[in-house]
Design a protein around this ligand. Structure first.
Ligand code: NAP
Length: 169
C-alpha cells in the first residue's frame, strides 16, 4: 500500500485559515488532486474535513472516501463513504483489505499528524501557496515530530503555486 499525502499549504505552514477555510486552493491544484485521487481510487480524510466538504469536494466520483473518526455511531449506507475508527493502523488495514494499492491522504491537520507520526506516508506532494495566513490549522496539527523528505520533482502551477513531490525517507 502506497500512501501519497497531498496537502495545500501556506508559506507559514497552515492548511486552512483561522475560519477553517482553504479557499486559497486554486482550480488547477484541485484538478491535479482529483486526478491523483481518481487514479488511486481511495482518499483518506479526517471526519472534520469530510463534514466540511461533503457534497462539495467529497466523495469524488470514482473513488472511495475513508474517514477517520472516533465516533463508532456514525454509519454509512454508501459504499463510497467508509468510516473507520481505531486510528491510522486500522485505516491502512482497511485500505489493504479493500484491495487498494495506492491511497491519497488529504488531511486535515490532525489526520496529517497521525499518519506522519505512524510513519505511514510514502510520498508527499505538497502545494505551497504564496500567502501568509498568520493563523489557522497547522499542516500537521499538534504533531511536533519530523519527517525527512527526498526531493523528486517540482512544478509551477498557475497563480504562483509551487508544487513539490518528495519521497519520505
Ligand atoms: N489545504 C489542505 O490541503 C486541506 C486539506 C484537508 C483539510 N483542510 C482543512 O483542515 C481543517 C480540518 O482539519 P482538523 O485538523 O481540524 O480536522 P481533521 O484532521 O480533518 O479531522 C479531525 C477528526 O479526525 C478524527 N480523529 C482524530 N484523531 C483520531 C484518532 N486517533 N482516531 C480516530 N479518529 C481520529 C476525529 O473525528 P471525530 O471528532 O468524529 O471523532 C477528529 O475530530 C479544515 O479547515 C479543512 O478545510 C485543508
Amino acid at each position: 500500500m502506497k500512501l501519497i499525502w497531498y496537502p495545500a499549504v501556506s508559506l507559514d505552514g497552515y492548511i486552512a485559515d483561522a475560519r477553517g477555510s482553504s479557499d486559497f486552493v486554486t482550480p488547477e491544484d484541485d484538478r491535479q488532486f482529483t486526478k491523483l485521487a481518481v487514479s488511486a481510487g481511495a482518499v483518506v480524510v479526517g471526519r472534520r474535513t469530510f463534514d466540511q466538504y461533503r457534497g462539495q469536494n467529497y466523495p469524488i466520483p470514482g473513488t472511495t472516501t475513508y474517514i477517520l473518526t472516533r465516533n463508532r455511531d456514525i454509519l454509512s449506507y454508501d459504499p463510497a463513504i467508509v468510516y473507520v475508527t481505531g486510528g491510522p493502523m486500522e485505516l491502512m488495514r482497511r485500505l489493504h483489505d479493500d484491495g487498494h494499492a495506492t491511497a491519497v491522504l488529504s488531511g486535515g491537520g490532525q489526520i496529517n499528524g497521525l499518519f506522519a507520526e505512524a510513519n505511514f506516508i510514502d510520498e508527499a506532494w505538497i502545494s505551497v501557496y504564496p500567502i501568509i495566513l498568520g493563523a489557522g490549522t497547522p499542516l500537521l496539527g499538534s504533531y511536533k515530530g519530523s519527517l525527512r523528505l527526498a526531493f523528486r520533482a517540482g512544478y509551477a502551477f498557475p497563480g504562483g503555486v509551487v508544487h513539490n513531490r518528495y519521497e519520505v525517507t
